[in-house]
Design a protein around this ligand. Structure first.
Ligand code: GRG
Length: 287
């Protein structure tokens, strides 16, 4: 099976798992939640599933942990698209939630997706001390010391006097997009009570490579394939990896980070090939 097929297969399994948490027929709020969380590449879910397989977590429980992180990711996208943030009309090639419903529903759907993530994690069939570790980790990585902090700093940078330095952007992106990727790739050892260090090192490099690739796609990608408006950062005069390093410099840095991510997997055998493929995919993807 190719990596793309494996990613699609995990995405389908995670969507099926998510479906079990929604009522049918549902309130408009739940319809908006389902619309936001279904679809997408499910890359974070894939990292969870692969990391759990490496550490002996049952597939069924891995799928639930994967569903939880995708709820947090979907909430962040719904809120990021709001008029008070990025003000986007299109996400994954479809109208954003506040366009398909309204702003209040989008805020509430994001809120409820965040709560649902923790509800799902709380029901995992693993020893309770490990659930606690996973919950604390996710609350930290998604919240005021992680993704939300990165988002706040990104918004503040728009009205700053000078563009951010490479160092500041690297730190900001480690929070904004890196933190959820780190939680996903370390979910297996966290839930198994094993050492998270090798996968944390993999994820730190992967998260940064992912963001650099995102900046390159924002500059060179195809709006129809990506399914959202592009060139926004450049139009807003915001510093990105591409504006600071140029396309070639950014590509070189992303390749070096993928090599670094793969090096961090050296303690694992061929069982970690899914994670190796994911790292290579991150810099070759077209959407
Ligand atoms: C609003 C609290 C809050 C946080 C928002 C992650 C984020 C923080 C905003 C998203 C803005 C953005 C487009 C960042 C670039 C990296 C990124 C998260 C891209 C989307 O992730 P993919 O490519 O999306 O994995 P799919 O659609 O495949 O799930």
């Amino acid at each position: 099976m190719t990596f793309q097929d494996r990613l699609k297969s995990v995405a389908a399994e995670v969507d099926a798992t998510l479906e079990t948490y929604f009522n049918a027929p549902a309130e408009p709020l739940e319809d908006a939640m389902r619309y936001a969380v279904m679809g997408g590449k499910k890359l974070r879910a894939f990292l969870v599933v692969e990391s759990c397989a490496l550490h002996g977590i049952k597939h069924q429980e891995a799928l639930k942990a994967a569903a939880a992180i995708e709820c947090i990711h979907a909430y962040s996208l719904v809120h990021d698209d709001l008029p008070s943030m990025d003000d986007d009309d299109l996400r994954r090639g479809k109208p954003t939630v506040h366009k398909a419903w309204d702003e209040a529903t989008a805020v509430l759907a994001g809120d409820a997706l965040q709560s649902l993530a923790f509800l799902i994690l709380g029901t995992l069939d693993v020893p309770s001390d490990r659930i606690v570790q996973a919950v604390i980790g996710l609350a930290t990585d998604a919240g005021k010391d992680g993704m939300v902090l990165g988002q706040a700093r990104d918004i503040a940078a728009e009205s700053a006097d000078a563009p951010l330095s490479l160092e500041a952007i690297t730190a900001l992106q480690a929070q904004k997009t890196g933190a959820l990727i780190r939680w996903s790739a370390t979910a297996g050892p966290t839930l198994a009570g094993d050492d998270v260090a090798p996968l944390a090192a993999y994820a730190t490099a992967l998260g940064l490579a992912f963001q650099i690739a995102d900046d390159i796609l924002d500059e060179t990608g195809d709006e129809a394939k990506i399914g959202k408006r592009l060139h926004k950062d450049a139009d807003a005069g915001k510093a990105t990896f591409v504006s600071l390093l140029g396309i070639k410099g950014a590509q070189d840095m992303a390749c070096a980070l993928v090599a670094q991510a793969n090096d961090a997997l050296c303690i694992y055998d061929a069982q970690a090939d899914g994670l190796r493929d994911a790292a290579n995919f991150v810099i070759s993807r077209e959407h």
